[in-house]
Ligand binder design. Structure first.
Ligand code: SF4
Length: 300
């Protein structure tokens, strides 16, 4: 992996990005386990050819900075920044799985700190966020396999509940006044569903199998629409003199029906504009897209 510094940011930022201490020597980390195998294998096969710009890693640096704050604040009653490992033949099929949790309180509350957008936190509060649920449950699985690592004052701490503390990087006080739903504070505690041990074991086993199989095939498993952060086509009902859409609908037919219900006619002060969907991750956030046949097929 090579880094460019196209914005000519200070060398200190360049070094901070390059000296990322969060990689482990395990066969697979929790972050990679829950991520699409296609991305992981393409990264592995093309590691020396991947290029990223340090300016695109700033949010990642901000996320990591929270870990230093927690380290500074912890007391002897808590365990923080603990990396755990697990390997066996039955669940991980010979691979070592690793994962680090941010904070475990003495009462068994495991908390992960995330720097994220306000809308992402809102969506997680309303509908849940599978990615966070998967990640925290894999960490809980690792905790259950490492009881000796979680001893505090001679007492083993057992994980009882899971949460994400979301720090909202783009939170705006003004928006609080314009939306009832918008988070009221720049930080939100989001409870995460704790699975049964059996659910965790079966998830880990299945994901390891998918990743191991992906390493052996030439035709890599496709990232799902959810993993590609697919945004479907939309049809916007636009009114003359107004910048934002009156309605965003999934099909042209629905948009036509909406116009009819409002006694409006295309060409008479209103129109229907198609907004093309896209795979947001593939187009903007996947650092192996140039090696991916799906991206090559869909981006031109
Ligand atoms: S470009 Fe899209 S489909 Fe290809 S590996 Fe990246 S996320 Fe997956």
């Amino acid at each position: 992996m090579k880094y460019t510094n196209l914005s000519n940011l200070p060398k200190a930022i360049e070094r901070a990005v390059e000296n990322d201490p969060y990689e482990s020597n395990a066969d697979i980390s929790t972050t990679r386990l829950i991520a699409p195998p296609r991305i992981r294998v393409l990264q592995k096969r093309n590691w020396d050819l991947i290029t990223e710009d340090v300016s695109d890693k700033i949010f990642s640096l901000l996320g990591q900075s929270v870990h230093h704050v927690i380290e500074r604040a912890k007391t002897r009653k808590e365990i923080s920044e603990k990396r755990l490992f697990y390997k066996d033949d039955k669940i991980t099929n010979g691979w070592t799985l690793s994962g680090a949790f941010d904070l475990l309180n003495r009462d068994g509350h495991l908390i992960d700190f995330k720097v994220t957008s306000a809308w992402s936190a809102l969506s997680a509060l309303e509908k849940g966020k599978p990615e966070w649920e998967n990640q925290l449950n894999v960490l809980d699985f690792l905790a259950s396999k490492n009881p000796k690592e979680l001893v505090n004052y001679k007492t083993e701490i057992k994980v009882k509940r899971l949460s994400v503390m979301a720090i909202l990087r783009d939170w705006s006080k003004v928006r609080v006044m314009t939306s009832d739903k918008y988070p009221k504070k720049q930080v939100a505690m989001i409870p995460i569903r704790k699975w049964t041990y059996e659910e965790q074991e079966s998830y880990v086993k299945e994901r390891i199998k998918i990743h191991q199989n992906a390493e052996k095939v030439s035709e890599l498993p496709m990232c799902t629409a959810t993993e590609r952060w697919r945004r479907e086509d939309k049809f916007a009902v636009m009114k003359s003199g107004r910048k934002s859409a009156m309605r965003l609908l999934d099909t042209r037919e629905e948009a036509m029906q909406y116009l009819a219900s409002q006694n409006m006619t295309i060409g008479k002060g209103c129109d229907i504009v198609e907004r093309k969907g896209e795979d947001v991750r593939c187009q903007h956030y996947c650092n192996v897209n140039e090696f991916c046949s799906h991206y090559m097929k869909t981006s031109f």
